[in-house]
Design a protein around this ligand. Structure first.
Ligand SMILES: C[S@@+](CC[C@H](N)C(=O)[O-])C[C@H]1O[C@@H](n2cnc3c(N)ncnc32)[C@H](O)[C@@H]1O
Length: 252
């Protein structure tokens, strides 16, 4: 499982982009003081931290199926009720939250509609479910250059563009199928400056997510070729990657 990795590896690979999305998703969900909120697929807890800043740790809960991420989220967000659970089987009561959020998670759910239904179940009537997924299909996520290089060298490789919610309109469709109402779609973005090519590339070798799993399975010479192709596609450092995600909110 490609998320059974240390929190530091995640921070350096995907966390560097995901942290820039947290306030945007919390704003989209309308998270304000006095509410109770749940972070589903919390990873090491970047969005959890944003929710704690707005609501206080006693008003925030989180869940993730990765043991290493649950441990990190607990350590980084003391006082938050962080549970080991997938979205499809949340261990929280019905109507427990005003807002339930999932940042960069729906595309990894085994059953995305069931996961969103569970998110709605634990949210009170009139409350909000919100989620974001990188625009992998539009090659506007943070891994666009990586997957372009992969495809040039390996036409049979499977990228992340066909995952749930990663193409325009699909995340909103999933929200509809899960029974959510008043569905709105928007785009969130995150900008990260990379001081060197090595700082950009090295985290791909940490085995995080589908891209990390792909690199881990390569022989050394294949990995070297991919690295070189990525370097030729990217601008000279320092360079900035702007990553965009589809973001959707719906009312329970
Ligand atoms: C790209 S990370 C996002 C982490 C965090 N939300 C963030 O924005 O940094 C994807 C997360 O989804 C979790 N995940 C995978 N399958 C899941 C499922 N079925 N239900 C909930 N979370 C899941 C992984 O363990 C991982 O923490």
């Amino acid at each position: 499982m490609s998320f059974a990795v240390g929190a530091d590896a995640y921070d350096r690979f995907m966390g560097r982009y995901s942290v820039g999305l947290t306030a945007q998703l919390a704003d989209l969900a309308g998270v304000t003081a006095g509410q109770r909120a749940l972070d589903v697929g919390c990873g090491p807890g970047a969005l959890t931290r944003e929710l704690v800043a707005r609501l206080g740790s006693d008003h925030v809960a989180a869940a993730d199926p990765s043991e290493s991420f649950v441990a990190a989220a607990r350590e980084r967000n003391p006082g938050v009720d962080v549970r080991l659970a997938p979205a499809e089987a949340l261990t929280f009561d019905d109507d427990a939250f005003d807002a339930t959020l999932a940042q960069l998670v729906v595309h990894f759910m085994k059953e995305p509609v069931a996961g969103l239904r569970e998110m709605a179940r634990v949210t009170r009537p009139g409350g909000v479910v919100a989620a974001s997924v990188w625009d992998h299909a539009g090659a506007r996520g943070p891994l666009g250059v990586f997957w372009q290089a992969v495809h040039e060298l390996d036409t049979t490789a499977r990228d992340e563009s066909d995952l749930a919610g990663a193409r325009e309109g699909h995340l909103a469709e999933l929200f509809g199928a899960a029974g959510l109402r008043e569905i709105e779609q928007t785009v969130h973005s995150s900008r990260v400056e990379h001081p060197s090519f090595e700082e950009w590339w090295e985290p791909f070798t940490f085995g995080v997510g589908p891209a990390g799993a792909y690199v881990s399975a390569l022989a050394a010479d294949q990995s070297d070729r991919l690295r070189a192709r990525c370097q030729s596609l990217l601008p000279a450092p320092p360079f900035t990657v702007t990553a965009r995600a589809w973001a959707v909110r719906g009312t329970v």
